[in-house]
Design a protein around this ligand. Structure first.
Ligand SMILES: *Cc1c(COP(=O)(O)O)cnc(C)c1O
Length: 231
């Protein structure tokens, strides 16, 4: 490789970080690059390094970035979504990882059908010990799945579960929380998705805990800080 290109690569830290993380996770999990609070230039740098899947947690920010960035980017929504905002993203969103109510799921389905598409969704489960995080508990997921078994929603595909562990240095606690959501995943899959192979994703793991998450069965990791630096 030419020396100037080599130097350029070494100095491009987003590319460097991406390559480092890719080597660590191998083909065990899909990497969602979480670009919230990062400028479009940073997204483009990651794009140039081959990244195509990006995660945003706010609709407003997503709506600013989506039209100015490349059309082959797959955008995942990973933050709380208000029902009245679904219509703004339904035409292009690749996956909504943060579904936390039946009402929201019904609206996603309705808006997807208006756009002649089916939107991939994950149900967000509450697994952390903090009180501030959104998500469903085991009983609520169960009720939701019973309800859509009775009244199927043809505009959505339930692809699995998403969860965030407690923000702590206690790796035993993090591991315990990941094991918990993995066992819910197995249980719901065998109770509700025996005939439906699309329920196959477990989105756990962020910058501080993705290696533990992969050991515990993650199929999607959502990493921001470790790629882009501090927000
Ligand atoms: C911000 C965020 C991430 C990424 O967090 P990092 O610690 O920066 O990797 C992952 N998932 C969700 C839901 C987030 O809000």
């Amino acid at each position: 490789m030419r020396q100037d290109l080599l130097l350029n690569n070494v100095m491009n830290s987003i590319e460097h970080n991406l390559n480092f993380i890719r080597r660590e996770i191998g083909d065990q999990a899909m990497l969602v690059a979480v670009s919230k609070n990062q400028p479009s230039e940073a997204v483009m740098e990651a794009y140039q390094a081959g990244q195509r899947v990006f995660g945003e947690n706010r609709v407003q920010e997503l709506l600013l970035k989506h039209p100015v960035l490349r059309p082959d980017i797959q955008w995942h929504l990973i933050g709380h979504l208000q029902t009245n905002k679904v219509k703004y993203i339904a035409s292009f969103i690749s996956m909504i990882q943060s579904v936390d109510s039946l009402k929201l799921l019904e609206e996603i389905s309705a808006q997807a059908l208006k756009n002649d598409r089916v939107i991939d969704c994950l149900l967000q489960m509450y697994i952390a010990s903090e009180e501030t995080k959104f998500g469903l508990d085991e009983g609520e997921v169960n009720d939701l799945l019973i309800s859509i078994r009775q009244h199927p929603l043809s505009g959505v595909r339930i692809c699995g579960l998403m969860g965030m562990a407690t923000f702590t240095d206690d790796t035993d606690q993090i591991r315990k929380e990941f094991r918990g959501i993995k066992s819910f995943f197995n249980k719901f899959r065998s109770e509700f998705f025996r005939e439906d192979p699309s329920f196959n994703q477990l989105s756990i793991g962020m910058s501080g805990d993705y290696l533990i998450a992969i050991e515990e069965g993650s199929t999607i990791v959502r990493i921001g800080t470790k790629i882009f630096g501090n927000r």
